[in-house]
Design a protein around this ligand. Structure first.
Ligand SMILES: [Zn+2]
Length: 385
């Protein structure tokens, strides 16, 4: 492995520092936010002689961005990773005390996605003194990914336009060139309340919603399974929450569900709405009492798709091959900050150390060897771009 420039002890030190600084998304549980970790990263970047810009996207929740200018006419590549984490899991002992067991480093955020941050930092540090460096390199450590990509969205909205971006998320060092988007919305059925001793005088919204759910399961989902994408498979739909009724002796006049739909590239909310209406049309025809409203989505994140022959995909693939042999270029079902960057026209790949199956779990960990390889891969990309 040609990662001689990446030192294991230093990788472990930086990653341990990052895990030790809680950066739980403040909109999840009792998170304290990204302020402290942004200060740490700003200090470390200043220590390299850089002048990072710190932008408060929300109060106390900054993005950190640093740029190293390359030779004129060369490309500008962004390395981006989010600083926020999900809260500790139930029963996760000492989530912010990094623990090294064999080659694995445990702790909240170790895998998702402080490993990518550590690898990007180490890669940047290793290339700074080199004369052969040509590309302009930016690193962005952004807030608020876990609940809405706010940091990456803010960066894209600021007009910042590198030629391409590498988004650090746990991909086990595979190059991810496409991922699904997400739409989440509520559907509400309305009925008429009555005393439960005379249920025929009411209209039971829970029962109405049950027919809606059955229509989604039996009519819509089988149709979704037929539309497929070579790297992503079919789109999916999942009913994740249901709420209805006041108490047992009242016929409920309202029932609502929350639905999660994973979008393929090219799918929009308008398409989803159309499918829902098609699935509900027979119900509406059969039951004139059915009153169900499809609300506008409260979360809508785009998919990401970069062509397989795009320069950033080739650059990433070649760097991975040199450091760790052949890895597949693949698609993933989870959504990332790359959705915001690619929507702004920046071609992206998602590439980072760690296994996504580890993310958000009580035993979250990452293999240090993979973090070192990721740093070496980022370094190769920084030098070859
Ligand atoms: Zn993540």
């Amino acid at each position: 492995m040609s990662s001689g420039a990446i030192d294991r002890t230093e990788v472990v030190d930086v990653l341990s520092d990052l895990v030790r600084i809680p950066s739980v998304n403040p909109h999840m549980g009792s998170g304290t936010g990204e302020g402290a970790i942004a200060r740490y990263l700003t200090d470390r970047l200043r220590g390299l002689g850089l002048t990072p810009s710190v932008t408060e996207v929300q109060a106390g929740r900054p993005n950190v961005l640093a740029t190293v200018t390359g030779k004129p006419g060369e490309q500008h590549i962004l390395f981006e990773a989010h600083t926020d984490t999900v809260p500790p899991s139930h029963g996760q002992a000492d989530p912010f005390t990094p623990r090294l067991e064999g080659d694995r480093l445990y702790g909240r955020g170790s895998c998702d996605t402080k490993a990518s941050i550590a690898a990007m930092f180490m890669a940047l540090r290793s290339v700074l003194p080199l004369r052969e460096r040509g590309a302009t390199i930016s690193v962005a450590f952004t807030m608020g990914e876990e609940l809405g990509h706010e940091g990456a969205g803010h960066l894209a909205a600021s007009g910042f336009r590198p030629d391409a971006a590498v988004v650090g998320e746990p991909t086990s060092l595979d190059v991810v060139s496409t991922h699904k988007g997400i739409a989440r919305w509520r559907m509400a059925a309305t009925g008429r309340s009555a005393h439960s001793s005379n249920p025929e005088q009411g209209c039971n919204a829970i029962v109405k919603m049950a027919t809606v759910i059955r229509a989604l399961e039996e009519r819509l989902i089988p149709r979704l399974r037929q539309g497929t994408h070579p790297l992503l498979g079919p789109p999916t739909l999942s009913v994740g929450r249901i709420e209805g009724g006041l108490q047992v002796n009242v016929v409920p006049d309202r029932c609502s569900i929350e639905v999660d739909r994973r979008l393929l590239p090219g799918e929009s909310w308008a398409i989803v709405q159309g499918e829902l209406e098609t699935a509900l049309a027979p119900l509406r025809a059969e039951d004139p009492d059915l009153q169900v409203v499809i609300e506008e989505p409260y979360q809508l994140f785009g998919s990401m798709q970069t062509p397989a022959d795009a320069p950033i995909v080739r650059l990433a693939r070649e760097a991975v091959r040199r450091i760790d042999g052949e890895h597949p270029v693949r698609g993933v079902a989870f959504c990332t900050d790359a959705a915001e960057l690619s929507r702004a026209g920046i071609p992206c790949v998602v590439l980072g150390p760690g296994d996504i199956a580890q993310a958000h779990t009580s035993a979250e960990c990452v293999e240090v060897q993979q973090v070192m390889k990721a740093a070496a891969i980022y370094r190769e990309m920084m030098l070859a771009a």
